[in-house]
Write a protein that binds this ligand. Structure first.
Ligand code: 13P
Length: 250
C-alpha cells in the first residue's frame, strides 16, 4: 500500500515566534497520522532543528528542508548540503519547487543531481513538477510534466525511484486561490503514474503522488478521495494551524 502524505510548505514565511506557536499547535493537536499516513513540515532552514524537537513526540510528523545543494560539502556559501541535513536528523527534502525553478533557474538536469545526492544520504526527495498556465492552455501539460520526470528521475533504478515522493503542482494554481478541479488533478496524477509505470512497471503503484496548489480544508476531502491523489503539498493553508490540522485529518 502506498503512503498518504500531507506536506506543509511554509516557504519563506514566519518569524521564530510564529514558528514556535504553529509547531506547538501541531504537536498538541489530535492528528490522524500513522505509519501509512504521515505529515511532513517543510519549514525555513533556521527552524529545522526547532521543528524536529517540537514534533519529536510523534514519529509520523516529519520535518523537511525546502531545498538542498547538489554537492556533499565545500565552498558554497549560503547553501545547505544533505550531509548537514542528515546530521541534524532530517529525512525529507522538497526539490524542484516551481519557485526554485523560476526564481533560481533550477533545471531538470541540476535537479537530477540533487535527487541523486539526497538518495545517497537516505533523504527522501519530495520532487515537484507542474506546468505553467500557457502549457495548460495549449493542452500539452501531460507531455510537459512527463519531460520533467524523465529528465530528473528516469536515470534512477526502480529501487531508487520507489523512495521518491512526487508532488504535482500546476503553477497556475499556486497561491492563486485557483485550484485544479478534482478531475484535472486525478487526470494528471493518472498520467504521471502511467509514465512511471511505462518505465518502471509495478513500482509506480508504490509512489505517492501529492497535489499542490491552493489546497484548503474545504477542498481537501474531495481532492484526496481521488484514487491517484495520495495527499497534498500545501503552502498558504499550512500557515494557519486550524486549517492545516483539518487538511491533515482529511
Ligand atoms: P499554495 O497552497 O499557497 O497555493 O502553495 C502551494 C505550494 O506551492 C506548495 O508547495
Amino acid at each position: 500500500m502506498r503512503k498518504k502524505v500531507i506536506a506543509a510548505n511554509w516557504k519563506m514565511n514566519g518569524t521564530l515566534e510564529q514558528a514556535n506557536s504553529l509547531l506547538d499547535a501541531f504537536a498538541a493537536a489530535p492528528l490522524n497520522v500513522n505509519e501509512n499516513k504521515i505529515a511532513v513540515f517543510a519549514v525555513p532552514a533556521p527552524y529545522l532543528m526547532l521543528a524536529k524537537e517540537k514534533l519529536s513526540g510523534n514519529p509520523y510528523l516529519q520535518v523537511a528542508a525546502q531545498n538542498c545543494y547538489s554537492k556533499k560539502s565545500g565552498a558554497y556559501t549560503g547553501e545547505i548540503s544533505v550531509e548537514i541535513l542528515k546530521s541534524i536528523g532530517i529525512n525529507y527534502v522538497v526539490l524542484g519547487h516551481s519557485e526554485r525553478r523560476e526564481y533560481f533557474g533550477e533545471s531538470n538536469a541540476f535537479l537530477a543531481e540533487k535527487v541523486n545526492i539526497s538518495l545517497e544520504y537516505g533523504i527522501t526527495p519530495i520532487f515537484c513538477c507542474g506546468e505553467p498556465l500557457e502549457i495548460r492552455e495549449a493542452e500539452t501539460q501531460n507531455a510537459f510534466v512527463a519531460k520533467q520526470l524523465e529528465e530528473s528521475l528516469f536515470h534512477l533504478s526502480a529501487e531508487e525511484i520507489s523512495k521518491i515522493i512526487i508532488a504535482y503542482e500546476p503553477i497556475w494554481a499556486i497561491g492563486t486561490g485557483k485550484t485544479a478541479s478534482n478531475e484535472q488533478a486525478q487526470e494528471m496524477h493518472l498520467s504521471i503514474r502511467a509514465v512511471l509505470a511505462a518505465k518502471y512497471g509495478d513500482v509506480a503503484n508504490e509512489i505517492p503522488i501529492l497535489y499542490g496548489g491552493s489546497v484548503k480544508a474545504s477542498s481537501a476531502v474531495a481532492l484526496f478521495a481521488e484514487p491517484d491523489v495520495d495527499g497534498g503539498l500545501v503552502g498558504g493553508a499550512s500557515l494557519v494551524a486550524d486549517e492545516f490540522i483539518k487538511i491533515i485529518n482529511a
